[in-house]
Design a protein around this ligand. Structure first.
Ligand SMILES: NC(=O)c1ccc[n+]([C@@H]2O[C@H](COP(=O)([O-])OP(=O)(O)OC[C@H]3O[C@@H](n4cnc5c(N)ncnc54)[C@H](O)[C@@H]3O)[C@@H](O)[C@H]2O)c1
Length: 332
């Protein structure tokens, strides 16, 4: 039987998520749709022949009045906390778009609330379910090139940020690097232990928070990851997952374009290059997230990318900002 879900936030991302992932999901059906913008709601309901009775502009009212199991928060990042808190207090399971929330205090409060109410609290770190990322992880584990010596990760994009993004503190860290730092933890199977970070801005950038970051993360397993990213980088953009080099004792694994298109490559000590065919996860991207969220609800267990798991990703991001401001290494 399908679980009943209320989606909050029908902006650019939320509309696509609804049409491409929630509506085709075998696990969920809409119990409600919420956005501050009534016109957007009406247009969406008409486009997809949805009942107008499930449309709300006030999430608190929707959570109180609708018969639902879960909430998927796809509204702007600064309101994730207040919506998630209300949903958990109404005993609803909660799936939140990245970034989880904006402060550690809010994140820990929600993790505790979810535990007290026995609800699934999951963060949609959907990159973990991309074929490129699944292939890179499998290749790191199986390449047989010895142990890892260091990792380099880079991301460059000339992004036209949304209004809320232009006003945010920690713009690149919370809106974009959140994917890459979560990928580091996933790919290397280890939490982040410390960071040396530098973030910076330009006087007329149009962003309050820094759009550039350069940082060194050390994992609990002792691996150094050298990360450079910009959301204000004119020139050739990099795919959303970034370009990666994992240096092993006997060669390197790349996620990059080494001449045959962007993909995963292994280069051994004799400099022989092999392209690794993509491993396609059973359910890709947000399909994978929704399936895991549904399964965790049905099995009454913590989901794979729970709020609790995501605390280390958020802490590493905020520590990068703190390190930059104080000019010191921050231990997590
Ligand atoms: N996982 C990914 O790859 C990915 C990609 C893009 C965006 N996102 C995330 O999705 C979220 C939304 O991004 P977007 O690009 O759609 O933003 P957007 O500005 O296009 O839309 C946000 C929507 O939230 C609504 N909203 C704001 N406050 C609300 C409230 N209190 N109650 C109900 N609705 C409210 C707005 O009316 C708007 O329709 C952000 O957290 C962003 O980081 C994730």
């Amino acid at each position: 039987m399908s679980l009943k879900i209320i989606q909050v936030g029908l902006g650019m991302h939320g509309r696509g998520v609804g049409a491409s992932f929630v509506m085709p999901s075998p696990d969920f059906e809409y119990a409600g749709l919420v956005d501050l913008n009534a016109e957007v709601l009406e247009g969406y309901a008409e486009e997809f022949s949805l009942s107008k009775q499930i449309l709300y502009t006030d999430y608190k009212k929707a959570f109180r009045e609708l018969d639902a199991d879960a909430v998927f928060i796809t509204a702007i990042s600064p309101v994730h906390y207040q919506i998630a808190k209300e949903a958990l207090e109404q005993n609803l399971h909660v799936l939140i778009e990245k970034p989880f929330v904006l402060t550690m205090e809010d994140a820990k409060e929600l993790v505790q609330l979810a535990a007290e109410r026995n609800r699934s609290l999951m963060i949609s770190q959907n990159y973990r379910y991309l074929p490129s990322v699944a292939t890179l992880k499998q290749t790191i584990q199986n390449c047989g090139l010895g142990s890892i010596q260091f990792v380099q990760s880079q991301f460059f994009f000339d992004h036209n940020g949304k209004g809320y993004q232009r006003e945010m503190d920690n713009y690149i860290l919370l809106e974009m690097s959140v994917h890459h730092i979560d990928m580091m933890r996933f790919l290397l199977d280890s939490n982040i232990a410390s960071v040396w970070g530098k973030t910076w801005n330009y006087p007329d950038s149009g962003y309050k928070g820094d759009p550039n970051v350069n940082a060194v993360y050390q994992t609990e397993s002792g691996i150094n990851v050298f990360y450079l990213a910009s959301l204000l980088a004119k020139g050739i953009p990099v795919p959303w997952e970034g370009v990666w080099k994992i240096q092993f004792e006997q060669g390197s694994v790349y996620m990059d374009d080494l001449g045959e298109g962007y993909g995963v490559y292994v280069v051994d000590a004799a400099q022989t290059k092999t392209r690794v065919p993509f491993v396609v996860p059973e359910k890709e991207s947000i399909h994978g997230v929704l399936a895991e969220f549904a399964q965790s609800i049905r099995e009454e267990r913590e989901p794979a990318i729970s709020g609790r798991d995501n605390l280390n990703t958020l802490e590493a991001l905020l520590a990068t900002s703190e390190s930059s401001a104080k000019g010191v290494e921050i231990k997590l």
